[in-house]
Structures are given as C-alpha cells and as structure tokens.
Design a protein around this ligand. Sequence first.
Ligand code: ARG
Ligand code: ZN
Length: 451
Amino acid sequence: MSAAAAVAILAGSPGAASPSPGAADVGDPYIKGAGNGGYDVAHYDVALAYAGVKTGAVEATVTVTAAATQDLSAFDLDFRGPEVTAVSVDGRPARHGRAGQELVVTPSEPIRAGRTFQTTVRYAGRPQPVRNGTFGTYGWTPSKDGAVVASEPDGASTWLPVNDHPGDKATYAFHITVPKGLRAVANGRPGPVRPGGATTTYEWAEGAPMASYLATVAIGRFEVRRTEVDGVPVVTAVDPAFRASAKRLESTTARMLRWAAPIFGPYPFATAGGIVDDPKLGYALETQERPLYGGFAPDEGFIVHEMAHQWFGNSVGLARWQDIWLNEGFATYAEWLWRERTGRDSAEKIFKRYHAQPGGSPIFRPPPGAPGAGKMFGFSVYIRGAMALHALRKRVGDKAFFAVLRAWTAEHRHSTATTPQFVALAERVSGQRLTALFQAWLYAETKPRIR
Ligand code: ARG
Ligand code: ZN
C-alpha cells in the first residue's frame, strides 16, 4: 500500500486516496531532482522560434501529453529555462510556480489516475547551458551562428519543460522557426519546410520513444547531405567550419549501419545521420537518430561509437543512471569490434593492451557497475565496461555472445533495462552461471585477473 492510501484509510475514507502532488523527483540517487512522479509522458510537441544570435532569445510553446499514474492535485515538470509566461492544463489556465529546477503546476481541478492530460507551457527569453565540473557544458548551448542542444545527463530542462529522466521515454514533434538563411535540424524524420516572411519553419518528428537527454535541435548554417541505406534515410548536417568532414561523416555512418545490422540486430529507428556543430563541447552525444559531434570532425571510431548507442542506450535505454556502462561499455566495445572486422586488429589485442595497465589506473577505477555520479563518464565506465563484455565473450564463446547482444536489443527494443536484467539474459542465452564474472568485472574494487 502506498503511504497516501494508508493515510486515506486512517482518515476514515477507504477507496481512492485524495489527490496529492506528484513527487518532485524520481529518486534516482545519481542525479538528484531529475524526473518527477505522478505521471508518464507520451509525447512532447515543441514549437520554438529562435530570434538569432544577436539576442539568442527564443519564444516557445511546448505541449506535454501525459497519463496520470495517481490522482494528482499538482505536479512538477523539470525546467530551468527562461521566463514562463503561461501554463494551461487541458486548455484551462493553471497556477504555476518555480522552485529551483522545478516548474510546479496546479491544475484548476485534480487529474484522476489513468487520465491522459495535456499541459501547455509558454516561455520566452534566452536559454543557457548548464556548466559544471563533472559534466562540462551541456543543455542548450549558443553557437557562432545559432544554438545546439546536447543534454546528457540532465540538461533537457535548460530548454524544455520535461520529465527529465531516461526512465520516461516519449515521442517528440519539433516545429522550429528560425530567421531566413538559417536552418534547424533535430531528431528523427524531416517534415515540410515552411517559408514565412522573414523566417523559415523546419519540422522534425521523432516517432520512436526517446529519452529526454537525447532530444536535440541544432540551429545555424549547415551543409546538409541526404542519402539512403537499405531504405533508411541518412541526413547529415555539418557546420561550414567542418565542411571537409561532411562526406566522411555521411559515408562512415552509412558503412556502420550496413555493418552493424547483422551483429546488433536491425537498426531500431526510421532515419539516421549526424550533426557537426561548432561549440567546443569536447564530446559527442548519441542524440537519437542523429548524433551530435561538438566542435570537432569525428573520426571513424567516434562515429561508430555514437551510432552503436542507437542500439545500446537509445533503443535499449537506461532505467537508472547507475547502469551507464550499459551505454558506454557497449558503444566502446562496438569500436573494438569495428577495428576487429578488418582483421588488422582484434578486440582480444585491445583488451590485453588495456589489461596490462596497472590496477590503480582510471581505466579500472571506479568499478563501472557503480561508478558514482561523478565518474559516470569516466574512463572505467567506457573501458572496463567494454572489457567486461569481452570477458563475457571469452567465457561463453562468439556464438552465444553475439546471440546475447541480439537478444538484448530485441527484448528491450524501445524500452529500458538494468544491469541485473543483462546478467539474467546472458545467463539464459548462454546457459552458464555468470554472476561471479559480472561481479568481478562490474563491481569489484580491484582489477579483475585474467587467465
Ligand atoms: N554519451 C556521450 C558519449 O559517450 C558522452 C556524454 C557526456 N556528457 C557530458 N555532459 N559531458 O558518447
Ligand atoms: Zn558514448
């Protein structure tokens, strides 16, 4: 029984608990304050007009379609964007207030559990990125000729009112209006381009469930290329400063798609591509269907890594941030497999080279299965995470190992999953007891021994 139900019974009102506010947090210990309770989002409709680099201002109307998971007297959205000018729920004006990164919405009447409701938030002003020592610069980030969004782990709230936790995936529609001469690129499938007077509106639609940190829009000047791989449209957009890399981005993305499908299972999305923009973020992000490379021309390894995330991280998503190795270890291992495919290198050689490093190296510490929030994107999550997969491969053999990868992407397609679920699946598919192996590779403080 929930605490609220217990209180209702004590108060002598059996049956439905009285409506109460949704939780301000989903309780993920890695990212405090992120996500909210009491509802489950199905869709975000994002209409955003960008004024230009001079002001960097936006005017936006975002409609969030969600289902209540309890009787709600009020609920929160995560939002650290500019001034909120109006909020309505199902067309009726709603009270709203801001507390830190929370936008607290009180509808004119309570929302019954199970009901689908629409919250419309209007806001205007200049969004800002988050900057911190742990995750660098992320969220809505100004560029030389516009702006670009890369939000992992909790930067989506810099530009959207959102349930900002990967456990609540939703579909998205983007209607982005920009001054004539600029372009807007986002996730998913491109729609019609609508010329206005002094503006152009670009439509994009992400039709598969997507975690909020994977939502992106890139505004500015871009060299856009379109091709198709096995029926999947590939759209790339490259800032003119990186023009020389446009062809390589397109061709490597295409080669990766053809190579990966037999190994990881069918590509999980409707379109693919990539975006190279100028802000020097120092990282790339696997923004759904269209990874973003922040301020550098990506080499093959980078492209393979971000594309691998489309299977591992995006389609099979995280239920909690602690399991980040399910994203980064897998995407790193995909790079090793890509190098192995030519026969010039092998995952085994790469694994051995790393294993020769001292136990105190950051490639081994902290253990990748519980890295702590500060080391979510540390070397050990990527490298020891990939080594864990190679250790699994050596134990169960290639046939079972690749069957495990494909069962993982098939069984959790467009959903979320956890490390214990991966261990259970690997045991089931291989028919072996693997708890000790994963304990040693994911959780033990000390560098695992190999034979
Ligand atoms: N998932 C990205 C990658 O490995 C890393 C994102 C890091 N995020 C950040 N705010 N620094 O491809
Ligand atoms: Zn990654």
